[in-house]
Design a protein around this ligand. Structure first.
Ligand code: UPG
Length: 387
C-alpha cells in the first residue's frame, strides 16, 4: 500500500514509518519539525540523541534499500496539504502530526490556543484534502484514551448504545477529557465522524493509551535510526520518566496518591496497531474507533513495577498533583478491536523495563535534572509566564 505518515519525524511517527516500510509498504513521511522546536523553546532535549530526518531516511535506505519520501511542511497550510496528497496519492494517511503534550497545552492561553488551532485546523485541512482529491483514502488518526477521561461506567470503543425514555440510539461515547490538548483530539473526533457521515469518508480513530518504551525491531538496527526518549515533565510519558528517575537515583515523581489509572501500551504494539489499521481499512462512510491500549495500571502500580525491576534502591515521592484529575476512580475499558485484527500485545514486563534501564544508563550523562520537576500547573499558577 502507499501510506503517508504525517508527523513522521516524531517519537512514534518515525518508528511507525520504518515499520510500515519494513512490511513492504511504499511509505512517505511529512513533518514541519515543530517537535524539535518545542525542545528549543523549553530548553529540553531527547535523552537519546536523534539524527536529522534526512540522515534517518538515508540510513534506512543504505541498510535496507527501501526509500521513504519526505515532505516538509505544515498541515495548517492548506496548499501544502493538498499538494502533498495529490503528489503522493496515498491509499492510507496515518496522522500523528499534532501537538501531543497535555502539560504543554496547559502552560498558558497562548499554548492552549496554539495546540487547538494547530491540531484542529490541521486535521480539518486534511479531511477537506481527502474529500476533494480522493475520498477513497483511509484516514488513520491518532486519538487518545484521554478523550474519555475517567467516567464511572465502562469505556466502550468510541460508540455507546444509549437508551433514553424508551428509545435507543448509537451515539459517540461522551467525552470528559483532562486538558486542552486532550480536548483538541475530542474536537478532531467529532470533525472526523461528521466527515464520514456527510461525505462518506473512511476513518479510523485510534484512542491510544500512554506509550512506553523507545525501541522497535527497526529502530535498533542502527543508532542513527533511534527515536526520541522524552523524560522531561512536559513531554515525557509517565513510565519512561520513572525509568530515567530510577537510573539516576531520583525519587519517582508520583503525582498525588498515584491512584489515577491509565491505559498503557508498548511502543512495539503502537507500530503494529497502525499496520493492522492500515491493512484492514474502515468502510466508506464508517467512523471506526479502536482503543489502542493493552492493559490498565494505576500510576502507583507503574511506580511499583519500575521499583521492583530496578536492581538498585528506588524511592517514591508523592508530589502535590500539578494536574486536576481524579486520583481514585472506576476504570474499565473495552479494547478488543485491534486484538480481533491480530494484535498480540506485549504486556509490561521486567524484560522491557530492564532494556529501558539500559538505554537510560547509556545516556544518563545527558539528563538535565531541572527538567524532571513539573512546573506546569493546571490551576494556572505557573511562575514567570504571562498570559
Ligand atoms: N504522572 C505522574 N508523574 C509523572 C508524570 C505523569 O504521576 O511524573 C501521571 C499524570 O498525572 C497522569 C498519568 O501519569 O495521571 C499519565 O501522564 P502522562 O504519561 O504524562 O500521559 P498523558 O498526559 O495522558 O499524555 C500521554 C501523551 C499523549 C497521549 C496520552 C494517551 O503525552 O500524547 O494522548 O498519553 O493517554
Amino acid at each position: 500500500m502507499r501510506i503517508l505518515v504525517l508527523g513522521g519525524d516524531g517519537y512514534l511517527g518515525w518508528p511507525t514509518a520504518l515499520h510500515l516500510s519494513q512490511c513492504g509498504h511504499d511509505v512517505a513521511v511529512a513533518d514541519n519539525f515543530v517537535r524539535r522546536q518545542y525542545d528549543f523553546e523549553l530548553g529540553m532535549d531527547s535523552l537519546v540523541p536523534i539524527e536529522s530526518l534526512q540522515t534517518r531516511v538515508s540510513t534506512w535506505q543504505d541498510l535496507t534499500g527501501k526509500t521513504i519520501k519526505v515532505y516538509v511542511g505544515d498541515l495548517t497550510e492548506a496548499d501544502f496539504t493538498y499538494e502533498m496528497i495529490r503528489d503522493f496519492g496515498p491509499e492510507a494517511v496515518v496522522h500523528f502530526a499534532e501537538q501531543r503534550a497535555a502539560p504543554y497545552s496547559m502552560i498558558d492561553r497562548k499554548h492552549a490556543v496554539y495546540t487547538q488551532v494547530n491540531n484542529v485546523v490541521g486535521t480539518l485541512n486534511l479531511l477537506y484534502a481527502i474529500a476533494e482529491i480522493d475520498p477513497e483514502i483511509h484516514l488513520v488518526k491518532l486519538g487518545t484514551m484521554g478523550e474519555y477521561g475517567t467516567p464511572n461506567i465502562d469505556i466502550e470503543e468510541g460508540w455507546l448504545e444509549v437508551e433514553h425514555n424508551g428509545r435507543t440510539d448509537r451515539m459517540l461515547y461522551p467525552k470528559r477529557p483532562g486538558s486542552f490538548y486532550h480536548l483538541s483530539k475530542v474536537h478532531d473526533s467529532h470533525n472526523m465522524e461528521f466527515a464520514c457521515r456527510i461525505w462518506g469518508l473512511r476513518a479510523t480513530d485510534l484512542n491510544q493509551g500512554v506509550v512506553y518504551g523507545q525501541q522497535t525491531a527497526e529502530t535498533v538496527l542502527d543508532d542513527r535510526l533511534a527515536t526520541r526518549f522524552d523524560y522531561d515533565a512536559v513531554f515525557g510519558t509517565v513510565l519512561n520518566r520513572f525509568v530515567v528517575q530510577a537510573v539516576l537515583g531520583h525519587p519517582l515523581t508520583v503525582y498525588g496518591t498515584g491512584g489515577q489509572t491509565r491505559g498503557i501500551i508498548d511502543i512495539r504494539d503502537t507500530v503494529r496497531c497502525i499496520q493492522l489499521a492500515c491493512e484492514n481499512p474502515a468502510e466508506r462512510g464508517e467512523f471506526r474507533v479502536f482503543n489502542q491500549m493493552t492493559e490498565s495500571l494505576s500510576v502507583a502500580d507503574i511506580a511499583a513495577t519500575v521499583a521492583k525491576s530496578y536492581p538498585g534502591e528506588v524511592t517514591v515521592h508523592n508530589l502535590d498533583n500539578p494536574r486536576v484529575e481524579k486520583e481514585e476512580h472506576y476504570y474499565k475499558v473495552v479494547h478488543s478491536g485491534l486484538v480481533e485484527l491480530g494484535l498480540e500485545p506485549h504486556l509490561l514486563s521486567d524484560t522491557l523495563i530492564t532494556s529501558l534501564f539500559d538505554v537510560a544508563k547509556r545516556y544518563s550523562d545527558r539528563v538535565d535534572l531541572n527538567a524532571m520537576q513539573p512546573r506546569v500547573n493546571w490551576r494556572g499558577a505557573l511562575d514567570g509566564v504571562t498570559r
